[in-house]
Write a protein that binds this ligand. Structure first.
Ligand SMILES: Cc1ncc(COP(=O)(O)O)c(C=O)c1O
Length: 388
């Protein structure tokens, strides 16, 4: 991987040290250019003009193919959404819940997992069990905690594949097998994985998996993707639906004449989507693929290990992220004694032009290390922490 060449394609990196990809990644030039080109085309020719409209549909089809590649899925099991959370909600609002059904999740979760779960509890009397997971728990220990909590009422294990809070990589494939052995299913929040680690939803047997385009895949906010295992698509009711799910229109005024394929992901399309944003997503994924997803995964782990080792040398610093490679990712969370996380984040920016973020639980500073970050940037961050 030619890091400098790739960095040259991401203009933001020339101005600052960007360590917040886990929130939203810095787009490469080709993503911005594709969006601008599309905006100009629609500006000058109108979006539904013959030729323009068709090319927009082709961009949307290409976005679906790009999303399927990120997921390791087939196109017809993949839906382009607006973001991770939308995909999660499509699944959660589409399952037939009964009072007393149980969802297993954990304390390290993002509000995009906890909040929709809370609403299911409120609306249907679903029991949401939030398991206590420590970021340094081994994979065996985590699987053991879920296994102990599973019971005949468990419908769903609902967790992030990589926890946003500490970068803990969950034993997702093992949790999936565990769920299936107990007649339950798994819904994975992949907000921190698409474009970060190699995904193969078929190999791992996942039921439902949702990713964003704007984080590790380096697209813009407004595009994400959802995978549903082919056999399950029909069982998920589309809480939002519309004309794009119709395969054949009936006579005017005759709703009974419509043909709808309940096994097609198109049934979840509530309406139109943004072609310019999807054009940017297609190019962002191509950019990621040009670096190589397996290479990205390995490099991010190396950068994270380097930073964790440096933090371990600083007496006042404490690393909250796991250290075992199998449980690690490009996210590193840490604390510094007597320095609130928000003040560290503010000082990193004001004094060093380093963009990081604060995580509220566990309270910490989080650095996102993606392939385009350099060893020098990691060293500079560690030096800044040491100085604090
Ligand atoms: C684990 C997790 N889930 C969900 C989200 C929300 O993502 P999106 O804005 O794509 O819905 C984020 C990040 O913001 C996240 O880290």
């Amino acid at each position: 991987m030619d890091i400098q060449k790739l960095r040259d394609e991401i203009p933001a990196l020339q101005n600052l040290t960007y360590l917040n990809t886990g929130w939203s990644g810095p787009p490469p030039r080709q993503a911005a250019a594709a969006m601008q080109e599309r905006i100009t085309l629609e500006l000058e020719q109108g979006p539904t003009t013959p030729g323009v409209y068709d090319s927009g549909r082709e961009i949307q089809a290409e976005a679906r193919r790009a999303a399927a590649r990120l997921l390791g899925a087939d196109e017809d099991e993949t839906l382009v959404t607006r973001n991770t959370t939308e995909g999660l909600n499509i699944v959660l609002s589409g399952l037939r819940w009964q009072e007393g059904d149980e969802i297993l999740t954990c304390n390290l979760e993002h509000s995009s997992v906890l909040s929709p779960s809370w609403h299911l509890a409120h609306r249907y009397g679903v029991k949401v069990r939030v398991l206590d997971i420590a970021p340094h728990d081994s994979h065996d220990a985590i699987v053991g905690k879920f296994e102990a909590a599973l019971n005949p009422r468990t419908r769903l294990i609902f967790v992030s594949h990589i926890e946003y809070s500490t970068g803990l990589r969950m034993p997702a494939a093992e949790l999936c097998r565990l769920a299936h052995r107990h007649g339950a299913q798994i819904l994975l929040d992949g907000a921190q994985t698409g474009g970060h680690i190699r995904l193969d939803v078929h190999r791992d047997g996942f039921d439902y998996y949702s990713i964003p385009g704007q984080k590790w895949a380096l697209g813009y906010e407004g595009v994400g993707a959802l995978y549903i295992r082919r056999e399950l698509i029909e069982q998920v009711h589309p809480a939002h639906t519309g004309g794009r799910g119709v395969t054949q229109h009936g006579e005017p005024g005759d709703p009974g004449g419509y043909r709808i394929n309940p096994s097609a992901m198109e049934k979840f399309l509530g309406g139109s989507g943004s072609v310019p944003l999807q054009a940017a997503f297609v190019e962002a994924v191509r950019f990621i693929e040009s670096a190589g997803i397996a290479e990205i995964e390995a490099r991010n782990l190396q950068l994270a290990a380097r930073f964790k080792a440096q933090l371990a040398e600083i007496p006042a610093a404490r690393v909250l992220s796991p250290t075992a490679a199998t449980a690690s990712s490009g996210l590193v969370s840490f604390t510094v004694a007597n320095h609130p996380a928000d003040s560290i984040v503010a000082r990193l920016w004001q004094e060093r032009r380093i963009v990081a973020r604060q995580v509220h639980y566990p309270e910490s500073v989080r650095a996102s290390l993606h392939f385009f970050n350099t060893e020098e940037e990691v060293d500079r961050l560690a030096a800044a922490v040491a100085e604090l």
